[in-house]
Design a binder for this molecule. Structure first.
Ligand code: ADP
Ligand code: MG
Length: 695
């Protein structure tokens, strides 16, 4: 066995370990409960807990933790040691089934959006047996769901698991009707994670990077990404060493880290794992982000996961590759090679088309954040308008279905679908449209609007739920009809007719598309405050309620949390700009001006005539005046926004007034920066940050 094979999953309590360490009956009971999404009996949990503990102790663990994903978007853990005192004053190492199944962390300081009054601080964590326990920092980590004492959901995992169950049932209903029953259907995801690496020594000198994860000031260096020489370029040794260690640590945790390369912007990189079940993929993506940060530090680097660390060069996203897979191993979005599977494919495709069109607002909301606002709509990421790319061939197939005409394939690869024809779609004829927010890429959809630092749970809860909804609608129509094939074709035809406005294969970056999309009645929600209220529409509250994903109160609390998060982010950014202006930039300019004026005065005293001195002093002074006026305007806007109690009104003030004032201050401060002598530079420049890792 190779080293990698030995290493892979060595810190995971996975199938192999369980088969090895659990009595056969226990293992079978566990597998059965997981497959059927049923709770485990306590006696079974006791046996599993004990085996987990023995395994963890052998690996050097002293503690365990319920690892959960509160609404902060990252993970949380509270470590407990295994020690239990004995009557004779010693300790034994103990871990019970009850401790495995349920935990009780103090929930009072996690965001709840008003769901949990602070006097009711108790929160519960509950074991998620569908995601393996693993070891991190000598601590046995149990993936868990997190809810309040009253049962309200306070995390990102619970609704994701619920949405997995909902789409499982809906997809199986449709498969049953189409005569291809399955034991289980899961949604699968492979998230491609983009990130930046900067030198830690330089990072420490930038308050904006330290406090906000992005640069709030900084003039562009003479060279940006225009030469396109970084994309897939040779990876520098220090970055390579980081990537190697990252791969190894992730492999130990069973994360299928697969592809790594340099991205478009200087200092930008990407890591893509092999796809897996969505719930596990969400856990793994959290681990990936955590390990990127901690391993970077070991190499004297800092990993920036922010969506837009640098203005003027590309930001970072997280392409969410999504599909549906049966327990029997069939990818339901694989167009397939024979006629019967083609109709099935078209039915699932139609369900997705209808879902994306009817719930474009929810897909947009699922990626809304202050950080991602910098990306969506900028000429680097998909626009804020949700549309679907299907490629010319598949679009032509749908057009033929809609018009009732025969489809003529250019490739000659034709197959019959009860009268109609459809080609075997090869990956190559789903051409690569990088500007589409939701693109069909051969046998999966790639949702490209998600931001790099976001949890993947949010958008997949939405995807699973909306597609489950439309699959159920289709099942309702097809159940009990005598001729399923004819009825299914009619359903596909109607959906194509009603929802084709969402299909767009052209360039999403153009103004022409913005106009065309408006004509088609598609939403263009440009900012987070504009998008978030859509989540609370009657339609969306009803959707989540119907499928048991969120109660009305839970939906509203989530909207509240998202607004709060937006406001806090902008508040911190604005405060940081004010602090950097007073403490870093203005003193630096004054030093420069002091030297310039001293030089000019001295020269004059000596009778040296110099136009340049005075001109430069005037130029710098004028730039500082302008910057100072913008600084005062920002302080005023900020003070006004801070006074607004209502989160939604405050968000509008932060967006319309504070954010606008920040942009003006930045422009004027960046002009000041370009005039400053290098020796007076208040912090490392863009040039140093983007090109700082050379060895
Ligand atoms: P592309 O070249 O289209 O980006 P890749 O094969 O590189 O395709 O895959 C990109 C990502 O999509 C990877 O993370 C991969 O594991 C994931 N992926 C591939 N197939 C599926 C699938 N059926 N479901 C979910 N994700 C998938
Ligand atoms: Mg891709």
């Amino acid at each position: 066995m190779s080293n990698v094979q030995k290493m892979f999953g060595s810190l995971v309590f996975n199938e192999t370990v369980m088969k090895d360490r659990l009595p056969t009956a226990t293992y079978k009971a566990f597998k059965n409960a997981v497959f059927k999404s049923e709770p485990l009996d306590l006696p079974i949990a006791n046996i599993i807990a004990n085996a987990m503990k023995d395994w963890a102790l052998e690996k050097g663990c002293t503690h365990f933790t319920h690892w959960f994903q509160p609404m902060t978007g990252i993970t949380a853990e509270k470590h407990e040691s295994f020690i239990t005192p004995t009557a004779d004053g010693r300790v034994i190492m103990d871990f019970s089934g009850k401790e495995l199944i349920q935990g009780e962390p103090d929930a009072s300081s996690f965001p709840s959006g008003g769901l949990r009054a602070t006097f009711e601080a108790r929160g519960y964590t509950a074991w998620d047996p569908t995601s393996y326990a693993f070891i991190k920092d000598d601590c046995l980590c149990i993936p868990t769901a997190f809810c309040s004492y009253t049962g309200d959901v306070l995390d990102k995992k619970t609704p994701l698991i619920r949405s997995m169950n909902v789409i499982d049932k809906a997809a199986r209903r449709v498969l049953d009707i189409l005569g291809n029953p399955s034991e289980k259907v899961v949604s699968t995801v492979g998230p491609e994670q983009e990130y930046f690496l900067v030198d830690k020594v330089l990072w420490e000198q930038r308050k904006d990077l330290v406090y906000t994860g992005r640069t709030l000031f900084g003039a562009l260096p003479p060279k940006g990404q225009e030469m396109e020489d970084h994309y897939f370029g040779i990876i520098k040794p220090r970055v390579m060493a980081f990537m190697k260690e990252l791969d190894e640590e992730l492999w130990k945790l069973g994360v299928l880290a697969k592809t790594e390369h340099n991205e478009v912007a200087p200092a930008q990189h990407e890591l893509a794992p092999i796809f897996t079940t969505t719930n596990v993929s969400a856990d793994h993506n959290q681990l990936m982000m955590e390990f990127m940060k901690r391993i970077a530090i070991k190499h004297g680097l800092v990993c920036l996961l922010h969506e837009k660390p640098f203005a003027g060069v590309n930001g970072s996203g997280k392409h969410n590759n999504w599909s549906l897979s049966t327990a029997e191993g069939e990818n339901l979005l694989e167009p397939g090679k024979d006629a019967s599977s083609n109709l099935q494919f078209l039915v699932f495709l139609a369900a997705i088309i209808k879902a994306v069109d009817e719930y474009q607002d929810m897909l947009r909301v699922s990626v809304a954040s202050a950080g991602n606002d910098h990306r969506l709509g900028a000429n680097e990421a998909p626009p804020a308008i949700v549309s679907m790319f299907l490629g010319s061939e598949l679009t032509a197939v749908l057009e033929a279905i809609e018009s009732g005409k025969k489809f003529n394939s250019k490739t000659g690869l034709q197959m019959k679908v009860s009268g109609d024809t459809i080609p075997a779609l090869t990956k190559d004829n789903t051409d690569r449209n990088r500007t589409s927010p939701f693109a069909f890429t051969g046998n999966k959809f790639e949702f490209r609007m998600l931001g790099s630092q976001a949890s993947i749970s949010g958008c997949n809860i939405v995807l699973n739920t909306i597609v489950a909804e439309t699959l159920n609608e289709i099942a309702d129509k097809l159940e009990n009809v005598s001729d399923v094939t004819t009825a299914a074709k009619a359903v596909v035809k109607k959906i194509v007719k009603d929802h084709k406005r969402i299909i767009f294969n052209g360039d999403g970056y153009t103004d022409a598309w913005v106009k065309e999309a408006a004509k088609r009645g598609l939403l263009n929600l440009k900012s987070t405050p504009e998008a978030l209220p859509y989540m609370e529409s009657k339609k969306n509250i009803a959707l989540f309620k119907k499928h048991g994903i969120f109660t009305e109160a839970e939906t509203k609390s989530r909207v509240e949390i998202l607004f709060e998060c937006y406001n806090k982010t902008l508040n911190i950014e604005a405060l940081t700009m004010v602090e950097m202006s007073y403490k870093d930039i203005l003193p630096a300019v004054n030093d420069y001006l002091k030297d310039l004026t001293t030089t000019a005065t001295n020269k004059k005293a000596l009778g040296v005539k110099s136009k340049a001195d005075i001109a430069l002093i005037n130029k710098v002074s004028a730039a500082v005046d302008d910057m100072y006026a913008n600084l005062e305007a920002l302080e005023k806007a900020l003070a006004a926004a801070e006074k607004i109690a209502d989160v939604k009104k405050a968000a509008n003030a932060y967006h319309d007034k504070v954010f606008a004032a920040m942009a003006k201050l930045r422009t004027s401060a960046d002009l000041v920066e370009t005039l400053l002598g290098d020796a007076y530079s208040p912090y490392p420049t863009y040039g140093e940050l983007l090109y700082g890792v050379n060895e």
